[in-house]
Design a protein around this ligand. Structure first.
Ligand SMILES: Nc1ncnc2c1ncn2[C@@H]1O[C@H](COP(=O)(O)OP(=O)(O)OP(=O)(O)O)[C@@H](O)[C@H]1O
Length: 260
């Protein structure tokens, strides 16, 4: 039986700003099994990034527990790497040197280090641009360097906070396919945050639909479609429709502010 790599149980979070208190997360519980791709899907401000930051060890819960591989998360760890929408490459370092950054401070032999870096760069298809600088690459290629840097660290879990949101549609589709190909090969557990319904249906084994104010997990929806998925297929649209309906049921659905 597959084990739970991430276990979030009854998590509570409030932010206090002067006299104002914002109840961000209310009794949030979910588990992610080894090798799963699970997406937190919800509207802006529902608390998706806050949950991700807790799993990453950047934020603390006010109540409940966040466990990674059976241990309470107390601080960031190399076994659980976060990828952001902002790509965070060092502009003065070449592609290979940016990937090497992820292994800084790790006590591993030089030959193994080199192999891990090259394997990661091959996985994302960047073995031919090793000595180029970030400004010489497209946005999609830069995000691939960031993915390679994470992969070289051989994490158990990759957390992704809208990693493709800044890319144009074609690059986004390309990177989504690459992510699935890599995940199929390495079986890395992935917890993703997005408000893009199509992205969630395309990538996820399960989607955790969140409602807002305070943030709660409203529905845990398995996506029972073989991968790669057909974005234009009937089954795909069936899930899109179900998700939109769930948002209406959750009370998170709002009329647009104006209609053209
Ligand atoms: N450090 C903080 N101090 C005070 N309020 C915060 C802090 N971080 C987040 N918030 C508030 O908590 C709520 C949830 O924020 P969070 O970033 O988790 O939402 P989100 O669902 O990821 O939103 P988005 O999709 O827009 O990124 C928001 O109302 C946000 O303004």
């Amino acid at each position: 039986m597959l084990t739970d790599v991430i276990e979030v149980t009854d998590v509570e979070k409030k932010y206090v700003n002067g006299k104002e208190s914002l109840h961000v997360l209310d009794q949030v519980s979910y588990q992610v099994k080894k090798g799963e791709i699970v997406t937190l899907l919800g509207k802006s401000g529902c608390g998706k990034s806050t949950i991700l930051n807790m799993v990453a060890g950047f934020e603390k819960a006010d109540g409940g527990s966040v466990m990674l591989d059976g241990h309470e998360v107390k601080r960031p760890s190399r076994k659980c790497i976060m990828l952001f929408q902002q790509i965070n490459l060092l502009p003065w370092r070449t592609v290979i040197k940016n990937v090497e950054l992820g292994l800084d401070g790790e006590k591993i032999p030089r030959v193994e280090k080199k192999k891990r870096i090259m394997d990661a760069l091959k996985l994302v298809g960047l073995e031919n641009v090793l000595h180029q600088f970030p400004h010489e690459l497209s946005g999609g290629m830069q995000q691939r360097v960031a993915i390679a840097r994470a992969l070289a660290m051989q994490p158990d879990v990759i957390l992704m906070d809208e990693p493709f949101a800044a890319l144009d549609t074609f690059n986004r589709y390309l990177l989504q396919d690459e992510l699935l190909r890599i995940q199929e090969k390495l079986k890395t557990t992935i917890l993703l945050v997005t408000h893009d319904i199509d992205e969630a249906v395309y990538l996820s084994d399960r989607i955790l639909i969140m409602s807002s104010h305070p943030g709660r997990i409203f529905k845990d929806m398995p996506i029972k479609l073989a991968k790669p998925r057909d974005r234009a297929g009937e089954d795909f649209h069936h899930y899109r429709k179900r998700i939109l309906e769930e948002f209406e049921l959750s009370g998170s659905h709002q009329e647009p502010e104006y209609i053209i």
